[in-house]
Every structure is written in structure tokens, then in C-alpha cells.
Write a protein that binds this ligand. Structure first.
Ligand code: PMP
Length: 368
């Protein structure tokens, strides 16, 4: 068996020890005589797996007690609707509206979906700078009466990431900050108390597709729009401990193993250090070259999704072919933007990034 260095943006590489443990437990989970996929979600075995995964996530992220951790389904795109259905309700000032910050394709999708459920004000847009930097906080035109302020913490396609959590005055009775963290969750410490809600699909830093994580402050729950599907009402999901309907049991089990793995690595702070080193190595090599360019400005670059281009598009195919031959897989950029993208989530070891840097240099020696 040969495993490649997998740079997929998601579903993405998982830590090898997690896959090995899952393989070992596939047919018989700890003497139960059945695999996790075959268990009732209400049986004691799975209830234990579920509770442990919840507890580990809470401890890894330091989630305060007055936040609920919901394990849902539908991915971040469904959450783009579920969130406004639950939180875009005019509860703060009697006028339902929300502020959104546009930093790229994923926030634009969030904006378009939320518009189906209420008034959306685009308070700032990176369109003004060609999506090369997160709009300066001072330029945001925030509505003090908004139900919430929505950001995408890391734009998986454009490679733009918030270097720090923006201050929207949420602590002082301001609108709560809401973040789509699909592609950066657990990659660095986050002060959860600065957010009203954090959500994301699991298939990058957490586990298999099919699980959506929602972390939401308790006081924001319970005011859903009347048309909200019951299974997507945060109140119902929370009251039923994420078991109102059958949860994605296999994905939750793998997520729990990934949480254990992160803990064994030293927790989220240790992951952040490793991720910073990986990103510095890769961006350093790209910046030092005459063949590759990085469209995103320093200080705004994603530590998870490194987006770059070759000077001449005609070199894309030979670059990708040579990469594949060296076991460097899934480097092609998103179909909507082209170029290259190296996703280097938690599970990507620095050796994989070094192998990519070696190939970047070798290719430049021939084609530079
Ligand atoms: N938001 C972000 C930041 C993403 O990276 C993705 C998936 N790549 C999505 C939303 C959509 O997620 P899903 O496919 O799980 O609905």
C-alpha cells in the first residue's frame, strides 16, 4: 500500500492512526460484536461514542458552558439556510436583518442563501481589493441593530483567512458574531466567547463528510422562524442532544477519533504551531520563486488552503502530472478559479509540505 501526500480541499486527508484504528474496529467495536455503522444510535455503545466526541470537542475548543454543541447534517451550505432560519428573527430590535462580510465565494454563497430568509446587508466586501485581503475592520458599515454579523473565517477557494477574530462589539450588547469555520476549525485556538455561533462541515479538519458542527450560544436558541424544519430548529436539536433524528453515526465516531488524535498531538495550540510552520515553509518557497505567484496579500493568506498560480497556464498540466508521479495528489485549484491549491489541514504532516516544496523547486529548475 502506498499512501500519497493528499492536498485535497475536502473531503481531505485524515490522520493515518485514525484510519488504522477505524479499520481495526470496523467489524467489531471493542468486543461489541458489531461495527459502529451497524449500531443503534440509541444503544449504550453509540451513546458513549457520541458523548465522548461532544466532550472532547468542548475541551479542545474550550467551549464555555452556556454554548450548545450540535452535531447536525447538511453541510455548511445547508447551514447557510439553517442559521438565518434560526437567528435572523428581528429579536434584537424588531427588524430582521443581518450583516455579512464578503471575502470570497463561500461568503457569497452564505449571503445569497440568507437573502431568502430576510434582509442582508453586505457591510464590507473584498471585491474592492480583488479578493486579495480581508476588508479592514474600520471600513465595515455595521448595523448596530443587526441580528448578527456573519463572516467566513477562511475562504477555502480564494485562500483568504482572517488573521485574528474581528471585534464587532459582541460583548457590549452588539450583534453576535457568526462564523463559517468549515475549513479552519481546530486549526488554531479560537475564543469561542467572542462568537454567537460557529458552524462548519466536518470534512476538512474533523472527519468524514456528512457531519456538520454547530456551536451556538444558548440565549440565541429558541427563536426560529416558523417555517424552520423541525429537524433544523436549534432548540429541537439541542433539547434532543443532537438525536432528534438519526445522527451521522459513522462520521461522529471518526470525528471522536480525530479529536483524540488532536489531543494526543498537544491540542489545538500545538496544531496551530505546526500549521504556522507548514504555511511559512510553503509560502516562503512560493515567494522566493520567479515561476509561482500567490494572489493573496501577506497577512491575509490562509494557513489551510495555499492558493498559487504558475506564470504560464500551459505549465499547469505538466506541473500536476509531475506532482502526481511524486505522490503529491489533488493540487489542482477549484474549478471556478483555476491555478493550484495545496490544502494543508491538520492531518498534513510537514514532510508532505516539504515534498511539495522540493517539487516546486525541481519544476522551476526545468521550466523557470
Ligand atoms: N463554506 C466553506 C468555507 C467551505 O469550504 C465549504 C466546502 N468546501 C462550504 C462552505 C460548503 O460546505 P458543504 O459542502 O459541506 O455544504
Amino acid at each position: 500500500m502506498t499512501r500519497v501526500h493528499n492536498f485535497s480541499a475536502g473531503p481531505a486527508a485524515l490522520p493515518e492512526p485514525v484510519l488504522r484504528q477505524a479499520a481495526a474496529e470496523m467489524l467489531d467495536w471493542r468486543g461489541s460484536g458489531m461495527g459502529v455503522m451497524e449500531m443503534s444510535h440509541r444503544g449504550p455503545e453509540f451513546m458513549g461514542i457520541h458523548a465522548e466526541a461532544q466532550a472532547l470537542l468542548r475541551s479542545l475548543m474550550g467551549i464555555p458552558p452556556h454554548y450548545k454543541t450540535l452535531f447536525m447534517q447538511g453541510g455548511a451550505l445547508a447551514e447557510n439556510a439553517i442559521l438565518p432560519l434560526n437567528l435572523l428573527n428581528g429579536r434584537r430590535r424588531g427588524r430582521a436583518s443581518a450583516d455579512y462580510i464578503d471575502t470570497g465565494i463561500w461568503s457569497q454563497k452564505s449571503i445569497a442563501e440568507a437573502r431568502r430568509y430576510g434582509v442582508v446587508n453586505v457591510a464590507a466586501s473584498a471585491a474592492d481589493n480583488g479578493y486579495t485581503r480581508v476588508p479592514d475592520r474600520a471600513s465595515w458599515r455595521l448595523d448596530p441593530d443587526a441580528d448578527y454579523v456573519h463572516i467566513c473565517s477562511n475562504e477555502t477557494i480564494g485562500g483568504l483567512e482572517y488573521a485574528t477574530e474581528p471585534d464587532v462589539g459582541a460583548g457590549a450588547d452588539g450583534p453576535p458574531l457568526v462564523a463559517d469555520m468549515s475549513s479552519s476549525i481546530l486549526s488554531r485556538p479560537v475564543d469561542v466567547s467572542r462568537y454567537g455561533c460557529i458552524y462548519g462541515g466536518a470534512q476538512k479538519n474533523i472527519g468524514p463528510a456528512g457531519l456538520t458542527i454547530v456551536i451556538v450560544r444558548e440565549d440565541l436558541i429558541g427563536h426560529a422562524q416558523p417555517a424552520t424544519p423541525t429537524a433544523f430548529d436549534y432548540r429541537v436539536v439541542a433539547d434532543n442532544d443532537s438525536m432528534f433524528n438519526t445522527p451521522p453515526t459513522w462520521a461522529i465516531y471518526i470525528a471522536g477519533l480525530v479529536f483524540q488524535w488532536i489531543q494526543a498531538q498537544g491540542g489545538v495550540a500545538a496544531m496551530a504551531e505546526r500549521n504556522a510552520a507548514k504555511a511559512a515553509l510553503l509560502y516562503g518557497a512560493l515567494d522566493a520563486s520567479g515561476l509561482y505567484t500567490v494572489p493573496v496579500a501577506p497577512g491575509h493568506r490562509s494557513r489551510m488552503n495555499v492558493v498559487f498560480r504558475l506564470r504560464d497556464e500551459r505549465l499547469d498540466a505538466p506541473f500536476l502530472k509531475g506532482a502526481q508521479e511524486r505522490g503529491l495528489s489533488q493540487l489542482k485549484g477549484h474549478r471556478s478559479v483555476g491555478g493550484m491549491r495545496a490544502s494543508i489541514y491538520n492531518a498534513m504532516p510537514i514532510e508532505g509540505v516539504q515534498a511539495l516544496v522540493d517539487w516546486l523547486r525541481e519544476f522551476e529548475r526545468v521550466h523557470g
